[in-house]
Structures are given as C-alpha cells and as structure tokens.
Design a protein around this ligand. Structure first.
Ligand SMILES: [Zn+2]
Length: 106
C-alpha cells in the first residue's frame, strides 16, 4: 500500500514536472513570438516612416520641378498653328501664311 502511494507520488511529481516544462516552453514560445512581433512592428513602422519621408521629399520637389520640366516646354510648343484668315497649317518658322500671305501674329 505504501509502495502504491509512493508510485502515485512519483507519478504526480512527473506530471508536475511535465506541466512545468510545458508551461516554461509555452512561456518561451510566447516570449519569442512577442519579440518577433515587436521586430515585425518595428520593421513595418520604419518602412512606413521611410515611405512617408520619401513621399514628402518627392511631393515637396515635384510641383515646382515638374512644372519646370513638363509645363514650360508644353507652353512653348502649342501644337499645330493655323492661319486665322485661311486656316492653312503653319510651320513654326513661318512669318507669313504660305497660302494667303497674311502676317502671322504670335
Ligand atoms: Zn492664310
């Protein structure tokens, strides 16, 4: 009878030890997953911050620079010109209409 109790006691010890091991492994997993989550969040936040900084830098540059690059050449070449008297298409170098000879106002 005493032996049987001893065995039960031993089994209980083993059970508790196993549960402790399980708890500690669960805790270790939790800690490592928390660390991974923190690293993940830090990476995402730094990525977002870098993206926002990149966007801000490019937005602050783009309005003036894009105007310089794209809008001024467009204003200089306004597409095909036509004579206001006869409607003939004019070359940019023409000073008089090649068809009717009218002076071209520019
Ligand atoms: Zn003309």
């Amino acid at each position: 009878m005493i032996r049987l109790l001893d065995i039960f006691d031993e089994l209980d010890k083993h059970y508790q030890q196993a549960q402790n091991n399980y708890n500690s492994s669960v805790r270790a997993m939790t800690i490592s997953s928390v660390i991974f989550a923190i690293i993940f969040v830090v990476i995402i936040i730094s990525g977002i911050v870098a993206f926002i900084r990149y966007n801000k830098r490019h937005k602050s540059i783009s309005p003036s620079k894009l105007n310089e690059i794209f809008e001024e050449p467009e204003q200089k070449e306004e597409g095909p010109e036509f004579c206001e008297y006869c409607g003939a298409m004019l070359e940019k170098t023409d000073k008089v209409c090649p068809r009717c000879g009218a002076n071209i106002k520019r």
